[in-house]
Design a protein. Structure first.
Length: 373
């Protein structure tokens, strides 16, 4: 999985043609599966987005961008009572101008909260240390209230830019892979996460009662599902066992990384089973799924055609089960390749080459679902 602080900075501070390689994907008929609205299909950038990126997304009929909003980067000191949104505003405005919605993942504690308010000794960095004290949670809640007040319906950003048609943020994802100690410190704990979630949910719905709160996306078996991690279904089962927890969220999110389609399907199905067993009606998001076009030892390095086939088979499954599993959206990791990757296989995870924005076979597979080009 990805290194948390690098991912937060690279993705969160986003301001976030012809078919290449002569592949056969462009010649295939679009899959005969039920259609979905444009916003169902999205991408996750792992580097800065430009106007060229956003225009290319619009051409491809990309409907959603999932991006990290990094608390630690936007409010790095306690003196920052007013959050600096200058690194985020351009992406939100650019996406809106191209008819694309943003689904933010709010993640990453600043040092002044983790060490100053909560008393943790962060090692190596404070990002994964979720706020836990009363003061830390109050700071977290205030940060989220400012974000919703800026990007939600009739938010400050839209009032400041009346020339742009509003595409307000209505869905908010809270933290990332909280079932893994890579992303949740000082230890994986559903009860601690529930307090974090409740504070966030209160702040969001106070300003936008109709907003959707999404759990952080969970990989099925971090650390092979063994301590100090929890498998995604076990984490969700324990979360549901906490009184009132189900009232703090509207949707569950999966990161079903796997080298074959069967394991992707299993991770999604097991999470949905927990929702059903709890008697809940929560929706399901796939906020990360992906593979690399590189060829190497990592199981997710599948080569150019293998990456395209992974996307095609996964999207066919998500579409065919969209109603049965209440799947609300899927975002592919990642938009384009990166020379500063977040994991071993991530350099080649993009739908486009990094420097040239040359499309790969996986892009042709992607637009066969979206109807773009």
């Amino acid at each position: 999985m990805r290194v948390p602080l690098a991912a937060v900075v690279a993705v969160g501070i986003l301001s976030l043609g012809s078919a290449g390689c002569g592949n056969s994907a462009a010649e295939e008929e679009p899959p005969s599966v039920p259609k979905a609205p444009r916003e169902f299909f999205g991408v996750v950038p792992q580097s800065l987005l430009t106007d060229v990126d956003l225009a290319r997304m619009q051409q491809g009929n990309v409907g959603t961008i999932r991006m990290v909003i990094p608390w630690g980067a936007l409010a790095p000191t306690e003196a920052d009572t007013e959050v600096d949104f200058s690194s985020i505003d351009p992406t939100v405005l650019g996406a809106a101008a191209n008819g694309i919605r943003i689904v933010p993942t709010i993640y990453g504690s600043p040092t002044w909260v983790a060490e100053g308010l909560d008393g943790y000794k962060c090692d190596p960095g404070c990002g994964p240390y979720a706020p836990s004290s009363e003061a830390g949670l109050a700071a977290w809640k205030d940060f989220i209230a400012q974000i919703v007040g800026r990007y939600g319906p009739d938010g400050e950003l839209w009032r400041d830019h009346p020339e742009v048609d509003q595409v307000p943020v209505r869905s908010w994802q809270i933290w990332n892979e909280q079932n893994s100690p890579t992303f949740y410190q000082p230890e994986v704990d559903p009860a601690s996460y529930e307090r974090l979630l409740e504070a966030a949910s209160d702040a969001i719905t106070a300003r936008d009662p109709g907003a959707e709160v999404i759990l952080g996306g969970m990989f099925g078996t971090p650390f092979k599902g063994e301590p100090p991690a929890l498998s995604a279904p076990e984490f969700l089962r324990q979360l549901y066992s906490i009184d009132g927890a189900r009232d703090t969220f509207d949707a569950v999110a999966a990161h079903p990384y796997a080298a074959n389609e069967g394991k992707i399907e299993l991770q999604v199905q097991l999470l949905h089973d927990q929702v059903e067993q709890a008697g809940d009606d929560a929706g399901l998001w796939i906020t990360e799924v992906g593979a690399s076009s590189d060829e190497g030892a990592n199981p997710l390095e599948l080569g150019l055609e293998g990456q395209a086939e992974q996307l095609r088979s996964a999207f066919e499954y998500f579409l065919s089960e969209r109603q049965a599993l209440n799947i609300e959206g899927v975002t592919w990791y990642s938009w384009r390749d990166s020379s500063q990757p977040q994991c071993d296989w991530c350099p080649g995870s993009g739908l486009f080459e990094e420097a040239s924005l040359e499309p790969k076979p996986a892009w042709e597979a992607f637009v066969s679902f979206t109807g773009g080009s």
